[in-house]
Design a protein around this ligand. Structure first.
Ligand SMILES: [Zn+2]
Length: 295
């Protein structure tokens, strides 16, 4: 937390004091972008081998419950478990290019984060983006539609815009989802950077500027399971955004292995479905949501 700028800390605090004010702002932006209601945009980051097995279990449940979803898997992890991800892809999930190199390394029994674009030479970032794209094509037989950088919250917008975006355009990808809740509140559910659609992930109802992801809610780095606070925050967010009649995207992501043993998350997904919240992939948002996020 120490390297977070003071202004971001103050905005985060303000968001916790008057969350509905900021969510209303988000919803108004969503309306101008053509979002007529709230949609679910669920994605999974699969950075460890444990995520492959967990994905297989969760995905089967999602398919049975008619819930759409997207996956961001580094190329190295696709190569480790090609059959699992191929099967998931074949049942209708969307896959993002999530780069090639691994995002975690097992050290002394604990996964440590690795591959930070911010610390790499531009040429190496470009190479990782290309290789990630090629691996999706090779393993799944279809190119990825969009991109998410590893540890995207730590990658500067300059790298995303100046280094990554030109390669994605060249590769034929059409969106990215690699910015934070701060950008969601500032720009709305779809932020067009030089005409390029970017889907910021969202925060929670009570803390609109703090990312609602499973990593933030881990019990600890060795056990790597979410605490009950995660499904509680997810449920509260779902209920509040529905009650407050917020338009836009419940764009949140989890690591499957963090949540696979927590029934609370699946219960909230059922709740959303019962409330008539339609689930979409990123491509489906661009194609089907009224306006597709276009201003
Ligand atoms: Zn990752």
């Amino acid at each position: 937390m120490n390297n977070i700028p003071l202004t971001i800390k103050i905005i985060d605090r303000l968001g916790r004091i008057i969350p509905r004010f900021f969510w209303t702002r988000y919803s108004n932006l969503a309306r101008t972008q053509g979002f007529d209601k709230l949609y679910l945009l669920l994605s999974f980051d699969c950075d460890t081998p444990a995520d492959a097995d967990a994905s297989a279990r969760i995905d089967e449940w999602l398919v049975n419950n008619g819930i759409q979803r997207s996956y961001a898997v580094p190329g190295t992890m696709l190569e480790t478990n090609p059959d699992i991800y191929k099967k998931i892809h074949d049942t209708g999930a969307e896959f993002l290019n999530h780069g090639y190199l691994p995002h975690t390394q097992l050290m002394d029994g604990v996964y440590r984060s690795t591959t930070f674009y911010e610390q790499m030479a531009s040429v190496d970032v470009v190479s990782d983006v290309r290789k990630g794209h090629e691996t999706v094509v090779r393993v799944l037989g279809i190119p990825p539609a969009g991109f998410r950088a590893p540890h995207f919250g730590m990658v500067s917008q300059k790298i995303k815009t100046d280094v990554i975006q030109p390669v994605l355009r060249e590769l034929g990808e059409v969106y990215s989802s690699q910015s934070t809740p701060y950008d969601a509140i500032k720009h709305g559910p779809v932020w067009r950077v030089n005409g390029w659609p970017e889907f910021p992930v969202i925060g929670s109802a009570n803390a609109p500027f703090s990312v609602l992801d499973s990593f933030t809610y881990l019990e600890n780095l060795a056990v790597r399971k979410v605490s009950p606070r995660f499904s509680q925050a997810f449920r509260e967010t779902a209920e509040s955004l529905i009650n407050w009649e917020i338009n836009g995207l419940l764009n949140f992501y989890v690591d499957p292995s963090h949540v696979v043993d927590d029934p609370g998350i699946l219960e909230t997904l059922v709740f959303l479905k019962e409330q008539g919240i339609q689930s979409l992939t990123y491509t489906q948002v661009l194609e089907r949501a009224p306006g597709g996020g276009k201003k």
